[in-house]
Design a protein around this ligand. Structure first.
Ligand code: G4P
Length: 531
């Protein structure tokens, strides 16, 4: 593949983003509403009433089978105002896992979706931490304004106080949550946008601009309050500022109701107008690789064997520079070996079709790419290696053992491979030795994947015993020593296999705090996205 001039111009019109939210904030509804406004679908409503989708973790494998690859693949691509938008799914609910975090390594912007009644919630906080760590700019959408919720100013205050993120409202609601009269678009002041929703939210809501005088007459106190609040915010310097948004210290804020398609068009426009296009990417050893350099891409997720009859394995690659062309042979940075891109697919929803060309910001699914691992770089031309994926703070721990001791060779091989693929983190406990490794995961479903793959792929069924820990802290030899001496805490010092870092595990924050009080000199450091 050559460095194509086309790469730069195509990159400039790409917007690659994800929605970060807590389950039930309305991510699926918003995704569908965005697709509707971008005319990628003609009618919404398919995701509403999803009771059948809300499975406990053990349902997940069945779901994957029934739905093909859709549950966890989902990259939605649509066009809007001359731009190509790539919306990457961040699995939530029971399927929250390291993959959810890793998706953020492949986006240039995030939409933080907040439920107007609930404000900032746990999963949003965790995902926001990762955005902050990676320097990903965040656009905020306050959803469900059609039903009772908190005060708009109070929500802004919470964002500023807890995330140290200066909110800059771009739309502002007329009428309190549950009594939405319309929206003010700060960029088109002096009028109110009034919405008439289509029955069932199946189509775009009709948006009607109402001049200020008419809005004042018809909405009275609500209009007055909205304009006063906006003036107050402007006096406080809450205007949108591109530089601080891109630097991750401010966030443009939008209000609406995804279910009625209210405020969604303005959000979609904001993704085009405000979200940054793909840019130069930092590479190992200093420097960066510009988008018009020869092809390079990052594998941010590997989905394996979800369909046992196919032994399917898809590596999701984000194109970072140049032009991806199916059929070309590129280099896998980790091994220096050639890699053929013969089986490249687009990975949009349930449809899988061959993809021939992709540009920076696009995501390609490489089928049966058994050599590829999460964090791998592929490149053409001048070598590139993107920094390794960070490991994320695990919150679920389990000892894993083979059901049949006679198969311990297969067991060890399987566990090593799953570790290498990043399916779970594998730890060696000082207490248990390496015959009974400890698996550490961000979400419990990662354990289900381990069980299924160990039995199906490595013919080594496993038994998992859940451990009562919820918190991991990086520590040092002194910390490990203190932990062994401590009678106060039932903890374990664990050596992580790959980088040999020591981790201390605790059942809860209370135990962590009492340990810190007892051993003030022991180093305990939170890992990324730990709360
Ligand atoms: P998620 O993917 O973030 O988990 O959320 P999802 O879109 O599935 O939405 C969660 C619930 O919130 C759904 O209700 C959905 O209809 C509702 N919802 C989403 N956006 C809005 C909104 O703007 N306003 C209101 N009032 N509700 C919204 P549900 O009870 O699970 O399903 P349903 O029976 O209501 O369809």
């Amino acid at each position: 593949m050559r460095a194509w001039g086309r790469a730069a111009s195509e990159a400039a019109r790409r917007r690659t983003f994800a929605v970060i939210s807590h389950p039930d904030a309305g991510k699926s509804t918003l995704t569908e509403a965005l697709a509707l406004h971008a005319h990628a679908i003609t009618s919404a409503g398919a995701v509403h009433g999803k009771s059948g989708r809300r499975g406990v973790s053990s349902d997940w494998m069945e779901m994957e089978k029934a739905r093909g690859i859709s549950v966890t693949s989902a990259v939605l691509q649509f066009a809007h105002r001359g731009c190509v938008l790539n919306l990457l799914d961040t699995p939530g609910h029971a399927d929250f896992s390291e993959d959810t975090y890793r998706v953020l390594a492949a986006v240039d912007c995030a939409v933080m979706l907040i439920d107007a009644a609930k404000g900032l919630e746990e999963q949003t906080r965790k995902l926001f931490d990762v955005c902050r760590h990676r320097g990903i700019p965040v656009i905020t959408f306050v959803n469900k304004w059609d039903r009772p919720g908190r005060e708009a100013l109070e929500l802004l205050d919470e964002i500023e106080r807890e995330f140290r993120l200066k909110p800059a409202p771009v739309t502002w609601p007329v009428g309190s949550a549950g009594y939405l009269r319309g929206l003010v678009d700060v960029n088109s002041p002096g009028r109110m946008l009034r919405y008439t929703r289509a029955p069932g939210g199946t189509h775009e809501a009709v948006e009607e601009p109402i001049p200020a005088e008419q809005a004042a007459f018809e909405e009275g106190a609500d209009w007055e309050q909205a304009t006063e609040e906006l003036q107050l915010l402007q006096a406080d310097g809450a205007e949108f500022d591109r530089a601080s948004f891109l630097a991750g210290t401010s966030t443009p804020v939008f209000f609406g109701a995804a279910i009625s398609n209210i405020g969604v068009r303005l959000l979609l426009d904001a993704v085009v107008d405000l979200a940054p296009p793909p840019g130069a990417r930092e590479v190992e050893g200093g420097g960066s690789r510009p988008v018009d350099a020869p092809f390079s891409g990052l594998v941010f997720k590997v989905q394996a064997n979800m369909d046992p009859s196919h032994r399917d394995r898809i590596a999701f690659l984000r194109v970072c520079s140049g032009v991806f062309e199916r059929g070309a042979t590129v280099t896998r940075a980790a091994s220096g070996k050639p890699f053929a891109t013969k089986y490249a697919h687009s990975v949009f929803g349930q449809d899988r079709s061959m993809v021939d060309t992709a540009y920076p910001g696009d995501v390609v699914g490489l089928v049966n790419a058994t050599a590829l691992r999460v964090g791998d770089t592929l490149y053409d031309g001048k070598p590139a290696l993107f920094p390794p994926m960070p490991t994320f703070a695990p919150e679920h721990f389990a000892v894993v053992r083979p059901v049949d001791i006679g198969r311990s060779k297969q067991f060890r091989r399987g566990i090593a491979q799953l570790d290498e693929e990043g399916v779970v983190q594998v730890l060696v406990s000082d207490v248990r030795g390496d015959q009974a490794p400890v698996l550490a995961a961000v979400g419990p479903m990662q354990f289900d994947v381990v069980s299924a793959r160990m039995a199906g792929e490595f013919s080594a069924p496993v038994r998992l015993e859940t451990l009562p820990y919820r918190l991991a802290r990086a520590t040092d030899a002194a910390g490990a020593e203190a932990l062994n001496r401590s009678r106060l805490v039932r903890g374990e010092a664990l050596t992580r296999i790959r980088d040999k870092a020591l981790l201390a595990l605790f059942p809860d924050r209370w135990q962590t705090n009492s340990f810190e009080r007892e051993f003030p000199d022991a180093r305990l450091e939170p890992l990324l996205a730990a709360h």
